[in-house]
Every structure is written in structure tokens, then in C-alpha cells.
Design a protein around this ligand. Structure first.
Ligand code: 13P
Ligand code: SF4
Length: 328
């Protein structure tokens, strides 16, 4: 994923005496750039971004921005999705090595072969996929709209769902569908420990367990609420509960605390670590220094092959249209 264009720019030394926030702000204005950040970014990046959101919101903002440059503070597939939607804009990601284990668990040639083995099936792909996988997809979904988009197809539709087996299983369980699942997963969400979560629940008996659907089934089963990062955030704002055990990447807790300063958010711990929370090592590659360099040098840039872009834009647009109709 790393290319020569990134070398020497991403990690270029940043003068110690500058005010990073002010300089980033200056560059953004000078260059008519917009900074979009995912909830899993560090708090400083979320705070300086023009918009912070989940995968669906990032795609929606990218699709409608008038900016010349989009800086996507997230991972590679998010930058690619923005580039597919805006092929004439410059799309930058502060660290080009910010990949995604879930997207990597679904190589395009193997997925294409899987699709070929099931002629006539409708292909629904999670947004956490490469552009090449989206190019062989009928409709893209995120965890915010997956249920509704699956349910928009007649009940007897044969559906291939990829790449996340946990999200796929969860959607099958709540819709009664029997989608054929690709066997992929996210290393962050698969790492949460059921035992440690149940121990926390004993310590905080009034806390609600809130969980991202990329988590394994046993964790979903003990959860009070399951949803995308945006849905989890919304839930914590609306709920009358005061404590939440949060089973997703801990970056989202930054916005949860900002929105509900009087509530308590306890990160769910992973299995094999002494760490109390679970962070996505890819998401955390982006830093304020790299964001500054990225705006300054307008690198590293995301490129998508033209043929792939033309195919991949269709299922993404279809998702955006359905989401708009559903008011999502
Ligand atoms: P959402 O923010 O869409 O819930 O996605 C979670 C995720 O894992 C993004 O990489
Ligand atoms: Fe990918 Fe998982 Fe990181 Fe999200 S949290 S970017 S799905 S590896």
C-alpha cells in the first residue's frame, strides 16, 4: 500500500516551534481543503476536523463537498471511497500505510471468484473493502445502513455478503435472511474479551454494554445495544443510563465524552493484552504532524484506476441514494 510518493513527506520533520493547530487551519483555508475524520482518530485530529463521523457520513460529506482537496483522516479504503466519489478532486490520507485488516481479509481476485461461483446472486459489500472489491459489488453498505439495505431486497433474494462474517451473521440473525458470507473479520473487533467484559459488568452493574456489529456473536449476545459508531454515539446521548461499557475502537469515546460529559464510558478490553482498551493500529498511524505535512505537501495522494472507479462508483451511489430515501 505504501508507495514512493509517501517517502520523505509523511515523516518530514515538523518545526517544533509552530502551533500545529493554527498551521493546519491556515493551510486548510489557503488550499480550500476539507478535513474529514473518522471517530477512531485521536482526539486532537477529531477536534480539528471539519467533520467527524462514521463511514457512511464520511462518504456522504465527500460526495457533497465543494472543497478542492479532501483530507481523509481515516484508513485507506475511506480515502478510496472519497476518491471514487470525487475522481476530479485531490484526496489525501495523512499516512498511506493506514490500511484495514478487514479490507485485507478480502482480496479482490478471490472475492471475484467467489462471486462467479454463485451466478445470479446479489453482491452486497461492506464499505471496508478495496475499490476492486466494490467494482464487483451491486450495493455497498456500512454498519449504519446494512440492515435496511439488505431488507430492501425481496426476502427470496440470494445475497452474497462480504467481507465481515460477524456483521454478516448479525444481519442474518436480525433479518432472518440466509446471506452467503465471506469469511473475513477485523482484528480489533474480534479481540474483545467476553470474560473481561462480563467482569466489568459485575463492577458496573448499571452500565449498558454497547457494541459494534463487527464484534463476535457471544459479545453481541450480552450487549444492550448494537450499532455503528454513529449509532452507538447517538444511543449514549439518548439513553438514561449513566455508564457504558464500549465494545468498539476506543477513539469513539472522545466524542461520547464531549457529548455527554456527565456520563461514564468504560472501554471494553481486548483478550490478550494488559491494555484496558482496544485501538486500531492502522487508524492511529495518522498524527497531527502527518496531517500538517499532508496539507503542506499535498501528499500522500489516493489514486484509483479509472476503469475500477467507473465500476465502483455505482454501488456506492446506490448506497447513498437508498440511505437518503431512508433518511439515514
Ligand atoms: P463505522 O464507523 O461505519 O461504524 O465503521 C467502523 C469501522 O470499523 C471503520 O473502520
Ligand atoms: Fe479496519 Fe478494524 Fe481498523 Fe476499522 S477498526 S479500520 S475495520 S482494522
Amino acid at each position: 500500500m505504501s508507495t514512493n510518493q509517501s517517502i520523505g513527506y509523511m515523516n518530514a520533520p515538523v518545526p517544533k516551534d509552530i502551533n500545529l493547530k493554527e498551521e493546519i487551519d491556515k493551510l486548510r483555508k489557503e488550499k480550500n481543503a476539507i478535513i474529514l475524520a473518522h471517530y477512531y482518530q485521536t482526539g486532537d485530529i477529531q477536534d480539528i476536523a471539519d467533520f467527524v463521523g462514521d463511514s457512511l457520513a464520511l462518504a456522504q460529506w465527500a460526495a457533497k463537498t465543494k472543497a478542492d482537496i479532501i483530507v481523509l483522516c481515516g484508513v485507506h479504503f475511506m480515502g478510496e471511497t472519497a476518491k471514487i466519489l470525487c475522481p476530479d478532486k485531490k484526496v489525501l490520507v495523512p499516512d498511506l500505510n493506514a490500511g484495514c485488516s478487514l479490507a485485507d481479509s478480502c482480496p479482490a481476485p478471490a472475492f471475484e471468484e467467489f462471486v462467479k461461483q454463485h451466478p445470479g446472486a446479489t453482491v452486497i459489500s461492506y464499505v471496508n473493502t478495496t475499490a476492486a472489491v466494490k467494482a464487483v459489488t451491486d450495493v455497498v453498505v456500512t454498519s449504519t445502513n446494512a440492515r435496511q439495505i439488505v431488507e430492501s431486497f425481496p426476502e427470496d433474494t440470494r445475497i452474497i455478503f462480504g467481507p465481515d462474517r460477524n456483521l454478516g451473521n448479525y444481519i442474518n440473525s436480525i433479518t432472518g435472511r440466509n446471506m452467503l458470507l465471506w469469511d473475513g473479520a477485523c482484528h480489533v473487533h474480534e479481540q474483545f474479551s467476553l470474560e473481561k467484559i462480563l467482569e466489568l459488568k459485575k463492577q458496573y452493574p448499571d452500565a449498558e454494554i454497547i457494541t459494534h456489529p463487527e464484534c463476535k456473536q457471544p459479545i453481541i449476545q450480552v450487549s444492550d445495544f448494537v450499532g455503528s459508531t454513529a449509532a452507538l454515539l447517538k444511543h449514549t446521548i439518548k439513553s438514561e443510563k449513566k455508564q457504558f461499557i464500549v465494545a468498539t475502537e476506543s477513539g469513539v469515546i472522545h466524542e461520547m465524552r464531549k457529548q455527554s460529559p456527565l456520563k461514564e464510558f468504560i472501554p471494553a478490553p481486548p483478550n490478550d493484552s494488559t491494555c484496558a482498551c482496544n485501538e486500531c493500529n492502522f487508524m492511529r498511524l495518522n498524527t497531527m504532524e502527518k496531517l500538517y505535512n499532508c496539507l503542506k505537501f499535498e501528499l500522500p495522494e489516493i489514486f484509483v484506476d479509472e476503469e475500477v472507479q467507473k465500476k465502483a462508483i455505482k454501488p456506492i451511489r446506490r448506497m447513498l441514494e437508498i440511505s437518503e430515501k431512508l433518511g439515514l
